[in-house]
Write a protein that binds this ligand. Structure first.
Ligand code: ADP
Ligand code: ADP
Length: 233
């Protein structure tokens, strides 16, 4: 079944000259698929990701998440969809500097009725899953870049999203750390989560089963890598 469907989606910024950041993009992401989005700077990658993540609204066309047209949702329903179905990972980690790893991970649970102890337990499980079971009470400045991104990944997973969107998740990491983070994302995908990763790096895109190539806001090509990945295990 289809996790995300875009039908002729556009996003135009009305500047002195209109900027067509995303233009006429039709795309389907299957449940459990892993898609990379590549393209030169300014080709619309971040805009596309923000549209799929309901952080931004198309100026043309329509988006369905889990078969539901996003345009029919109220702002509150959209915020709820973002909070419960979608996990976000960013290049700059976006952690709260004064909060510990465990507190950062449990932040998205703030609207749950769980008691603090349950939230801490959930954060501990997730941090263990990303290999940081011994760093619960460290603040971000006490962690390496790769460890910070693991915390951010654990935070993205805390509400058990069906869709994870990652914008240059390894952009600030060295090659070895990049591989560690990508292995975690692959593991997540193999457990059934639909994954979309925006990247400049061919090495990152090659973990995906499809690569969407954008140019000037247009979908230029969809490259299928599925069999290549199966062979290289
Ligand atoms: P945006 O695309 O929204 O401007 P990004 O986080 O993708 O934000 O990147 C910010 C800028 O940094 C981009 O304009 C891009 O040129 C540059 N950049 C980021 N990562 C890389 C990279 N791995 N290789 C080359 N340039 C990069
Ligand atoms: P990428 O992520 O591939 O670097 P972006 O999606 O960030 O590309 O940008 C696509 C185009 O839209 C660029 O021309 C960029 O300058 C423009 N753009 C992005 N965000 C805005 C904005 N908030 N206001 C105006 N123009 C924007």
């Amino acid at each position: 079944s289809t996790a995300v469907a875009l039908e002729d989606v556009g996003r135009t910024y009305q500047l002195a000259e209109p900027v067509h950041a995303v233009d006429g993009v039709s795309l389907e992401l299957e449940n459990g698929s892993f898609t990379a989005v590549m393209g030169p700077s300014g080709s619309g990658k971040s805009t596309l990701m923000n549209l799929i993540g309901c952080l931004d609204t198309p100026t043309a066309g329509g988006i369905e998440i889990g078969g539901n047209p996003v345009a029919n949702l109220s702002n509150a329903e959209r915020a709820r969809l973002r909070g419960t179905e979608i996990g976000f990972v960013f290049q700059t980690f976006n952690l709260m500097p004064r909060l510990t790893a465990a507190e950062n991970v449990s932040l998205p649970l703030v609207f749950h009725d769980d008691v603090d102890q349950d939230r801490r337990e959930r954060a501990r499980e997730l941090l263990e899953r990303v290999g940081l079971g011994d760093r619960l009470d460290h603040v971000p400045s006490e962690l390496s870049g790769g460890q910070r991104q693991r915390v951010a990944l654990a935070r993205a997973l805390v509400n058990e999203p069906t869709l994870v969107l990652a914008d240059e998740p390894t952009g600030n990491l060295d090659t070895d750390t990049e591989a560690e983070i990508m292995d975690l994302l692959v593991e997540l995908n193999e457990a059934g989560t639909t994954l979309l990763v925006v990247t400049h790096e061919r090495t990152v895109a090659e973990y995906a089963d499809h690569v969407v190539h954008l140019l000037d806001g247009h979908l230029e090509d969809i490259e299928h890598l599925g069999s290549a990945r199966d062979v290289t295990v």
